[in-house]
Ligand binder design. Structure first.
Ligand SMILES: [Zn+2]
Length: 337
């Protein structure tokens, strides 16, 4: 066996012994055995002088490397053994403990994003109370007491005939009563309906409603604003369609669908095989609504739209259950940084 092989063999054996050492005494003993004046490595080094020059150089380098490796290993083992038992040695190679920084709830983030887009289009932001009167929630929006459309709204009533607003459109009536056109406003906020809670419906949810009233506002203005919003929120290349619908406070009324994200229009269970997903309702403000709040419907026209915040966030982030927004499961919330 050559000296070089002796060194390799000795290094392996010594490292194995050091890793198994259980006390500082045994470590010290190992140091003497391998690195001491009469130790094994020292003996090898003494044999170097008998070798031809070429071999001497190589074996000498290997022996020095071996010495350094053993000294380093003994030092590390000493530190481990001399640390108090209850206090583990700091190991910089272990993965760190992540500190999560709190962020706004996904609903708040979505509302802010929607407001930011509409703000960029010149809309002001207005807010109103969660507890409303029949006048602002229904009557002022052209729902007569016996109007069948009231059946569409399953309302939660509180004392004194007041109710939890079923949409944020009442803010439209409040603003119409105190201002003169041009009025260009969005109304973000919470809404409540007496719904059976399911993956697609909840008793509490959020809306961003908007409306514009001025001279000569047309359906083309409405389409332009909503298409621009959808592209800003969902991205360019989005397919959008307007479909006739009915709401008591708009005439004509429409609903806006976007192409299903999951099947790209081919049809799937989420879009009920239609290839389209409904995202909002809109229309031209009914002249009755303008007249009731004291505006000349011959002179002014306007459009209005109502967007479900959770619904939009569900489509954008592919969230399959609206209840996740309210469960406060930290694993869900942390996905939206
Ligand atoms: Zn689909």
């Amino acid at each position: 066996m050559s000296l070089l092989e002796d060194v390799t063999h000795l290094q392996e054996e010594a490292l194995g012994q050091i890793s198994k050492a259980e006390s500082l005494e045994s470590l010290n003993q190992l140091r003497v055995t391998y690195l001491g004046r009469k130790g094994s490595l020292t003996a090898i080094l003494k044999g170097l002088k008998d070798l031809p020059e070429e071999d001497r150089k190589r074996a000498g380098t290997a022996a020095n490397m071996c010495r350094l490796a053993l000294e380093e290993e003994i030092k590390t083992a000493q530190q481990k053994l001399s640390a108090p038992a209850e206090c583990s040695v700091f190991d910089p190679t272990l993965p760190g403990t992540a500190n999560y920084v709190g962020v706004a709830h996904i609903t708040t983030q979505s509302i802010r994003e929607m407001c930011r887009i509409f703000y960029g289009m010149g809309f002001e932001i207005a807010r109103g109370p969660d507890v409303e009167t029949d006048h602002y929630n229904f009557e002022g929006l052209n729902f007569p007491p016996d109007h069948p459309a009231r059946d569409m709204q399953d309302t939660l009533f509180v004392e004194h005939g007041r109710l939890l607003r079923t949409h944020t459109t009442p803010v439209q009536v409040r603003e119409l009563e105190k201002r003169k056109p041009p009025i260009k406003i969005i109304t973000p906020g919470k809404c409540f309906r007496k719904e059976a809670v399911s993956s697609r419906a909840h008793v509490a949810f959020h809306q961003v409603d908007g409306f514009l009233i001025d001279d000569g506002v047309t359906m083309a203005d409405l389409k332009g604003a909503l298409v621009a919003f959808c592209k800003a929120f969902f991205g360019e290349g989005l397919k959008i369609k307007f479909r006739p619908s009915f709401f008591p406070f708009t005439e004509p009324s429409a609903e806006v669908d976007i192409e299903c994200f999951l099947c790209s229009g081919a049809g799937c269970t989420v879009c009920k095989n239609s290839g389209w997903l409904e995202i909002l309702g809109c229309g031209m403000i009914d002249p009755n609504v303008l007249e009731m709040s004291g505006h000349d419907s011959e002179r002014y026209t306007g459009y209005a739209f109502g967007i479900g915040v959770e619904r939009l966030a569900m489509l954008k982030y592919k969230i399959n259950d609206i209840r996740l927004f309210y469960n406060n499961d930290i694993r869900f919330l942390r996905q939206f940084k």
